[in-house]
Design a protein around this ligand. Structure first.
Ligand SMILES: [Zn+2]
Length: 441
């Protein structure tokens, strides 16, 4: 295991992880959704070059022009063990520079942090993967088991042009793989002053819906009772105001009892939301993992102040608890009524894996070595990752991008947030932990 001898914060001695993450941030790989994107090819070529420099033979795949993913296999010492997929995505969500205090694509380093779109989601982990691979392969070393290293396009729009495309067209790339690790887990939070790590062992299901109301077009001065915008607005308000009940799954039940244990309270003495709130900055993620959520996100209708349009549309982002998708869709249809057309634009599965087994044990032990005494807790991610696509091949995916973070940093808010940034020493921590894991598991 290689630990950098120099201080990562000193100006001329950037840790390799920081250097790679900064380079990746400077490729503007913005994904606008619905097939519109700046593309990932330049970032993919960069990543492939780093892999080639390690003696690996990466393959590049374009699902569409500009939508490039990269995959490389690293042979392990024990090839009888199932391969581990270690994956990241190369695209990022849009960033409006007007809202930021730095250039979102400048890769600026200040206040001991790396700033920019992707610093958290997830060029940080992309860089940690490459830096720890460098450590593992250093001087002829090998990982314990085969690794499938994958950098996907299009995660931020559901992976249609990235992970799903590769899983559907080239499943052979993942032959023998049984487990995967990637983003949105492994970071530290603070519970009652105690640092703890959230390990993502599940993801809610994703249903992206469009609601459409139809009505007669006409002059804006007419007496009209079935205006499409009015009917859509009523439906959107019902959906947006619906409070979905709490339903605990194995993961959230276990998480809440662990939180109660850390707080030294009886689990029954505090409600689920109250326990979630005790996790401070992480509570937004955790409260959303306790129930289904439905958020109206886009409204579209009309073209002239004095014309009633014949159509009004709204996009709804539904995140259902795993296994509840059909029931949730049925209830939504009842909520909006028969006059509103419901179009499913994109749907993907929910996942939930046991917080047990050799990989979990190894992760807990590794974090215990590098941050002794900090408990590791399972959690259900309210959003989704490329693990959904890999699950089609029976691969169990976890969120494990290890970062030891200062208690006062609202890290969950930085996902898709303004002034996205990551502490440099957290990147070094992640590199070290990942190196240790890949060498020993
Ligand atoms: Zn991400």
């Amino acid at each position: 295991m290689t630990a950098p001898a120099t201080s990562p914060a000193s100006a001329n001695a950037l840790d390799l992880t920081t250097e790679i993450a900064r380079d990746l941030i400077r490729f503007d790989t913005t994904n606008y959704g619905e097939g519109r994107s700046n593309g990932e090819t330049d970032a993919a070529e960069y990543v492939a070059e780093k892999l080639r420099a390690l003696g690996l033979a990466p393959e590049l795949f374009d699902s569409e022009p500009g939508r490039t993913s990269v995959v490389a296999r690293v042979p392990g010492r024990d090839r009888s063990k199932g391969a581990l997929v270690v994956h990241g995505h190369l695209d990022v969500v849009p960033a409006d520079p007007a809202n930021w205090s730095v250039d979102p694509f400048g890769g600026e380093i200040k206040d001991g942090m790396l700033w920019g779109r992707g610093a958290v989601d997830m060029k940080n982990m992309d860089a940690m993967i490459l830096a720890s691979l460098t450590d593992v392969l250093d001087q002829g070393g090998q990982p314990e088991r085969d690794l499938v290293i994958a950098f996907f396009a299009d995660e931020e729009a559901g992976g249609v042009f990235g992970s799903h495309h590769l899983v559907d067209t080239r499943p052979d790339l993942f032959a023998g793989a049984t487990e995967a690790i990637s983003e949105v887990g492994g970071y530290s939070i603070s519970i009652g002053g105690q640092r703890a790590y959230l390990l993502q062992t599940g993801e809610k299901a994703l249903i992206w819906l469009k609601l459409v109301a139809h009505g007669p077009a006409g002059h804006g001065s007419r007496l009209v009772t079935d205006n499409a915008i009015t009917r859509l607005a009523e439906a959107v308000a019902k959906v947006g105001r619906r409070q979905w009940p709490i339903r605990l799954t194995n993961t959230t039940r276990q998480l809440l009892s662990e939180i109660a244990r850390i707080l030294s309270v009886e689990p029954q003495s505090m409600g689920p939301d109250e326990l979630a709130l005790a996790t401070g900055t992480a509570s937004g993620f955790i409260q959303a993992s306790l129930r289904t959520t439905m958020n109206p996100t886009v409204l579209q209708a009309g073209y002239k102040h004095n014309v009633i349009p014949d159509r009004a549309e709204a996009l709804i982002d539904v995140r259902s608890l795993p296994g509840e998708e059909d029931a949730v869709l049925a209830e939504l249809a009842e909520l909006v009524g028969p006059d509103i057309e419901i179009v499913v634009m994109h749907q993907d599965v929910g996942l939930e894996t046991e917080f047990a087994g050799p990989l979990i044990d190894r992760i807990v032990q590794t974090l215990g070595t590098h941050d002794p005494g900090a408990p590791v807790l399972p959690y259900l991610m309210p959003a989704g990752t490329d693990n959904k696509a890999l699950s089609k091949l029976g691969i169990k995916g976890y969120g494990f991008a290890p970062l030891k973070l200062p208690a006062d940093l609202d890290f969950p808010a930085l996902f898709h947030g303004v002034d996205e940034r990551v502490p440099l020493d957290a990147l070094v921590f992640g590199r070290t932990v990942l190196t240790d894991l890949l060498t020993t598991y």
